[in-house]
Design a binder for this molecule. Structure first.
Ligand code: 5BU
Length: 289
């Protein structure tokens, strides 16, 4: 009994020490091997932002009006490291209102991630980075399927280069939705070619299944980042085939960022929920070290 009390105290002390240490520590110490093995500027920027904000949360800002998006960002921005958008689902989108929204996100020290899931050939993907939405001018990160081959990464990188910006591609190695067609063999192929490409920021892993994530981390190694949708404090099935796993389990399994949508924007108190996800994700990272 006495022994177990002492043991618990020791664990608590060492955790507080780590927390204290983290306040003064560099991102290199907090992220350890991940930092050492990843020199991509955008990946390091993310790791630094996460340390400043003490959060590994990317908000899936799935609101359909500019007012809704702005209100959400005002409420939860301080608890996030990144903001994920679907620019084509907003009913009253305009270039001016979008610019203001992105400027605000930048002032809040957030990476902007357009979850566009590009899948075309390289040259068309490059052109799709411009067009009406001009994704290349405001997004720091985008998602892509590798189904059309690895030239898609060069195409997207060329898109950023066309406007003198840097960005990173997250390749879909797994998905969180029920019945998706990304087989283990497909995942392996994506990881093999994506891992050696400088334009690849990292991979999307399935947050609803920690065992899938563990396997993915083994294949990816310690360098590239893994970001995970399908995460909610209330684990289980979501709407229309979505599935959810626990945020801390995802990070312990090797994820570096939890992508949370409805767990925050559909909550009665989005700020309270965002703060809870930030706390859980940051503590899990410190314990993982
Ligand atoms: P949710 O409300 O936390 O379920 O929202 C999840 C978000 O992550 C939503 O914007 C999806 O487009 C996105 N997502 C996903 O759920 N699963 C995936 O495999 C990928 C993206 Br890739």
């Amino acid at each position: 009994m006495l022994l177990s009390i002492i043991k618990k105290r020791l664990i608590a002390v060492s955790y507080e020490d780590k927390e204290l240490l983290a306040n003064t520590m560099q991102a290199s110490e907090v992220w350890g091997e991940r930092w050492q093995n990843n020199s991509l500027p955008m990946a390091r920027t993310y790791m630094e932002v996460a340390c400043r904000k003490k959060s590994l949360v990317c908000l899936a800002a799935d609101r359909k009006t500019m007012d809704g998006l702005n209100q959400l960002l005002d409420e939860v921005g301080p608890y996030l490291a990144a903001l994920k958008t679907h620019v084509d689902l907003i009913d009253d989108w305009s270039a001016d209102s979008w610019k203001l929204f992105c400027d605000k996100a930048k002032e809040m020290d957030l990476l902007i991630f357009e979850d566009r899931k590009f899948a075309d050939i390289g040259k068309i993907s490059r052109d799709q980075m411009s067009g009406v939405y001009d994704i290349r001018s405001w997004a720091d990160l985008v998602t892509a399927h590798m189904i059309s081959g690895q030239d898609i990464v060069d195409g997207l990188q060329a898109g950023w280069k066309d406007v003198g910006r840097n960005g990173g591609v997250l390749l879909l190695a797994q998905m969180s939705s029920r019945g998706n067609l990304l087989s283990p063999e497909y995942t392996e192929t994506v990881v093999k070619s994506g891992s050696i490409h400088d334009g690849v920021f990292g991979f999307i892993g399935n947050g609803s299944k920690p065992e899938d994530l563990k396997n993915l981390r083994v294949q990816v190694g310690q360098g590239k980042l893994i970001w995970t949708p399908g995460v909610n404090i209330a684990v289980g099935d979501g709407e229309m085939g979505q599935r959810y796993g626990a945020p801390d389990e995802a990070i312990h399994a090797g994820s570096d960022c939890i992508i949370v949508g409805s767990g925050i924007h559909k909550s009665e108190n989005p700020a309270e929920s965002a703060s809870a996800y930030a706390e859980v994700s940051w503590s899990a990272l410190l314990k993982r070290r």
